[in-house]
Design a protein around this ligand. Sequence first.
Ligand SMILES: Cc1cc2nc3c(=O)[nH]c(=O)nc-3n(C[C@H](O)[C@H](O)[C@H](O)COP(=O)(O)O)c2cc1C
Length: 196
Amino acid sequence: MKRYILAITGTTGVVLGVRLLKELVKDFEVHLIVSDSAVPILLDEAGIDLSRGFEEAFREHLGIDTERLHTYREADLWSPVASGSFRAEGMFVVPCSMKTLSAVANGYASGLVERVADVTIKEGRLLVLCPRETPLSAIHIENLLKLARLGVRIVPPVIGFYHKPDGIDDMIDFIVGRLLDQAGLNNELYRRWQGG
Ligand SMILES: Cc1cc2nc3c(=O)[nH]c(=O)nc-3n(C[C@H](O)[C@H](O)[C@H](O)COP(=O)(O)O)c2cc1C
């Protein structure tokens, strides 16, 4: 079974990562890394209480089979995913904070999210970032440009209007569908533009 790595970092919009997880785990083995800063935001914005244990909380929230889901904390630098010898199709960081963006852009791999992103780049594998901040400063833009030039896919949570979204769930599905598109993963999460 193909494997994907998904990191959820501490920004508003963690529901995007949760929605992506729900899609990925249907067909793939998923290795989920949750940064320390994301933990309280997952509780506040998604109602996911990780104090009882990561796998249990996600299993309950999503009603998913844990055999395909493996979870890690920021400090788990001794885990298999921290090494380039761990084979995965690619990594998503959804949502990606400006702090994690900066660390990845500068090769500063102090926690597991940044380490795995660093490994993904050095191994020449697919890396998809969903940076969440507005407005963007020149520092943010320079970091994004640096990574885009390395082939990292930058997919900010920018909604489309042509599919006439019917509420927040449609908007989330549009963004998650565009994230999956970047990995070449078939999805019907949004209605594609058919021409005028
Ligand atoms: C409720 C909340 C919302 C936040 N939203 C954002 C955000 O949208 N973008 C961002 O870059 N940082 C945001 N932050 C700040 C980050 O959480 C902070 O920079 C943190 O160090 C990021 O760490 P991480 O990348 O390891 O998760 C937010 C913090 C809180 C408490």
